[in-house]
Structure formats: C-alpha cells, structure tokens
Ligand binder design. Structure first.
Ligand code: NAP
Length: 453
C-alpha cells in the first residue's frame, strides 16, 4: 500500500488510547489514527469512572493526553459511530476499525422491588458525581436529601468508591473536581449510614487492599463489621493461603473487628454472607430483605432460607458494569462482550477482516487501568500482522478530509477543542480555589471547545 493505513479507534478511554499509542509507536506499518468518541472529551472512565477523590489515579489522564502529541493521530469528539457516521461510511474511510467503547451500563440484580424509586445503579451515581453530560444535574439531589440510610450491594472497588463518596463529610471532598451541583447535593445529603453488602465472605471480595483500607481511615466516619465475616470455611482458608492480596484484605477486616466500637455521626456497616432477595416499600425503597448465605466447597454463596432486613432509603446496585451490543456487529449476549480471537472480532463466518476489539468490551469489566495496555498491545499486534499478510480490506475513501466532509453538520471536538475545555475547567476551578471543576453540560463543553465560555 502506498499510503499509511487509515485506522479508526472507537472510544477515547484508556483502552482506545493505549491502542492508538501501540499503533503509532511502531515503525513496521505506517498508520494514521482517528480516535472517535461520542463524548466531547477524551479519557472515558478515567474522567467518568475513577472517583473524584482519587487524585493520583485521575492524573493518569495527563499521561494519556500525551498520546495526542504523536504525529498521525486525531481526536474526533462528540461523534457517535452508527449515528453521525454509519458503519457503511466507516468501511469506506478506514482500512481497520478497533472497537474500544467499553462497558458503560449497569447489571441488574433481578429481584422483586428493584424498580422502586430509590433503587439506583452505581454506574448512574458515578456518572452523576463525576459530571457526565448524560446525567441531569439534579438526578440524585432530592433522593440524597431525603435519605439517611443507604445500602450498597456488591463488594468490588466501585462499591468502595460509592460508599466512600457517600460517607465522607462534605469538607473532605470539596477539593476535588466534582461539579458545583454535586457538592451542593452532597452538602445537603442526609446520608449518615452506609451498609456495604457482600453475598460471600471477606476472602471472596473483589476490592483491592489499598481501596478497602481507605474506608477505615476516614476522619469523620466510623466503620463496623456487622455479620458474616468469619473465614474458617475451607474455601476461604484456601483463598487466604493461596493469595497474598486476599490475606491482606481479610487482615484489614479482622483489624476492624478488633477495634473498640465508637459511634460517629457517619457510619459504614460491613455485612458479609447475605444476599439481597427483595426491596420493599409502598412507593419507594424502605426496606432491603437479605438472605443469609453459606459458602459451599467451591466458595459459592448458597442461600440458607434465613431472612432478615435492614431499613434503607436508597439501594445502590454495584454488581459490575455491562457492555452493549452495536447494531449488526457480533455480540456474546451471555458475557456482554464482543467475541474475539486475540483481538480479531469473530462473526458467524470467522474473523471479520478489518474489525478488532480491545478493553472492557473485549474481555469484560475487570482489571485496573494498566490492564488495558497489555490488552491493546495484543489487539494491535493482530491488526499489524493482518496488515502485513494483506488480510485487511482497503478503504475506498481514505483521506482524512473525507471524514471531515461527512461530519460537516456535526460540532466535532478535536484535540485543540479539548485543550480549550481543559483550560476552561481549570479556570472555573481556580475561581473557587480548586485545581479544576468539571464542566458537565454538553452545550457548555461544546462552547468551551470552541474557545467560548
Ligand atoms: P467487580 O469487581 O466485578 O465487583 C462486583 C461485585 O458485585 C462483586 O463483589 C460480586 O460478588 C457482586 N455481585 C455480583 N452479582 C451480585 C448479586 N446478584 N448479588 C450480590 N452481589 C453481586 O465490579 P466493580 O466494582 O464494578 O469493578 C469493575 C472493575 O473496575 C474492577 O476490575 C475494579 O477493580 C475496577 N475498579 C478499580 C478501581 C480502583 O482501582 N480504585 C476503582 C473502581 C473500579 P461475587 O464475587 O460474589 O460475584
């Protein structure tokens, strides 16, 4: 081919940007890359997932931003593939497409009462407090003002984030980049009790020790272990024996069990070995019914039939993210991922030439940000090998300006536009003594991208 390969990466989160980086940091196959995102801003879950008070993890975006300094890369923000650009057009413009659009939706519990007012998805709560443009500013204001007691279902890192954000005193979180309406809602929040609920034991929890430990270090919030934290069953003993991280997690819980109980105005309650079976309430959630569980030999939760309930005003379901299918593309409906072989998308008739996948939509919602680097490197290696073997299709309209012409009616945010947004957010933050304040409103983001205020 006498021109660089034209590649589109769909999704500007860590997985998409690591794929772009892997493509542009090799010399074997000349490439140019368009990173396309339906949001006006890059960085995906680093912006709209990582907790606002985890400043060092959020600072990964500065590193990711340097990928846009590489020659041959463009950012096309505020562009939705399948809406603003059809898949037919994508095939004409690009020799290969890498899907990196992540797993953005929540998973349901499938229990009665789940649709009651006050039952919310962690994905929505996280989107709201990080200033995602799809969330209404007042989405949770009234709910938090009315609430006193919240249950968070699931014992992964997202559940820990949500518990910490809801439990902290407002002045412990006001230095972050959350939008002002979120601060106002958290200041007006009546939440004083957060119940974190795991259907298995502490040795089976998915959180990482550093994140777990933070829950016990909050200055204005106490922590108490309520039930089911024993680890003498064979499955837990094996898990502790064979995995140092599990042993560390269990040690943290055991240390909390030894602590002198002292009540604080804000409390976190840890419950293990109980699974949610029903949410009850006349119009909104008032009660969460839990069934005590036991662990079988393989460490699975088995119901005992013994029920109890806790009075709660809000239930946050934090039981994992879920990827969505795209029209006409292969999808594994059980695992909610795009089927692949080393990153090559697999359709009914085998690998689909020129179509690749990376990140959470490839392997499911697990791992830390860095896990996406290795994942992207594998996908890009497959793509480059296919290019060298002549297995890619050839774009019929490979000029970047052809994409621009197709998007003539869309307000595309390029990287210079993001730099304007970045500056506007920093200046908004500086006005109230913060490093940054996230602009949540899509129209305001687009205005800022154009250099307006
Ligand atoms: P996760 O780690 O998969 O945890 C999901 C939790 O939900 C598990 O405890 C699971 O329990 C529980 N669960 C699932 N179905 C349930 C049900 N029907 N009833 C009760 N509990 C149920 O998911 P996540 O917390 O959303 O995190 C996603 C990924 O992002 C993880 O890799 C996480 O480490 C990462 N992340 C990292 C950070 C950080 O590093 N600071 C922050 C946020 C997220 P079982 O094990 O029993 O299924």
């Amino acid at each position: 081919m006498d021109r660089p390969l034209r590649i589109a990466v769909v999704g500007a989160g860590p997985s998409g940007l690591y794929a772009a980086d892997a493509l542009l940091s090799q010399d074997d196959v000349p490439v140019t890359v368009d990173v396309i995102d339906r949001l006006p801003t890059p960085f995906g879950l680093v912006r709209y997932g990582v907790a606002p008070d985890h400043l060092s993890i959020r600072s990964v975006r500065e590193k990711l931003d340097t990928i846009f300094d590489r020659p041959g890369i463009r950012f096309l923000g505020n562009v939705e593939v399948g809406v603003d650009l059809s898949w037919e057009q994508m095939r004409g413009f690009y020799d290969a497409v890498i899907l990196a659009y992540g797993a953005s939706r929540d998973r349901a519990l499938g229990i009665p009462g789940e649709d009651l007012e006050g039952s919310i998805a962690a994905t929505d709560l996280v989107n709201w407090y990080t200033g995602h443009p799809d969330m209404a500013p007042d989405a949770f204001t009234d709910l938090l003002a009315r609430a006193r007691s919240v249950a968070v279902i699931g014992v992964g890192n997202v559940a820990v984030d949500v518990t910490r954000v809801l439990s902290k005193a407002p002045d412990e979180i006001e230095h972050t980049d959350m939008p002002d309406h979120v601060f106002a809602a958290l200041r007006g929040s009546g939440v004083r009790e957060v119940h974190l609920i795991g259907r298995r034991g502490p040795a089976q929890a998915n959180w990482t020790t550093k994140e777990l430990r933070e829950l016990g270090e909050l200055t204005e919030t106490g922590i108490v272990v309520e039930e089911g934290a024993g680890v003498t069953d064979p499955a837990s003993a094996r898990a502790i024996e064979s995995d140092k991280a599990t042993a560390r997690n269990v040690a943290v819980i055991e240390e909390w069990m030894q602590r002198e109980p002292h009540a604080k105005a804000r409390m976190i309650h840890l419950h293990f070995r109980c699974r949610p079976v029903e949410m009850r309430g006349a119009e909104r959630v008032e009660e969460l019914v839990l069934e005590t569980t036991e662990l079988d030999d393989d460490g699975r939760a088995v119901g005992t039939g013994k029920m109890h309930s806790i009075a709660v005003d809000v239930v946050v379901r934090s039981v994992g993210y879920r990827g969505l299918s795209l029209d006409g593309l292969p999808f594994d409906q059980d695992r909610h991922v795009v089927p692949h072989d080393e990153g090559r998308v697999i359709g009914d008739a085998g690998p689909m030439p020129g179509l690749y996948v990376t990140g959470w939509i490839k392997r499911g919602p697990s791992g830390i940000i860095g896990t996406n680097k290795k994942c992207a490197v594998q996908t890009v290696a497959s793509l480059l090998a296919d290019a060298q073997a002549g297995l890619l299709g050839s774009a019929t309209d490979p000029e970047p300006r052809a994409v621009d012409a197709a998007l003539a009616d869309v307000t595309v945010v390029d990287h210079a536009g993001w730099v304007h947004i970045d500056a506007a957010e920093r200046s908004l933050g500086a006005a109230s003594g913060r490093e940054r304040t996230t602009i949540h409103d899509r129209a305001a983001l687009l205005r800022s991208a154009g250099g307006g205020h």
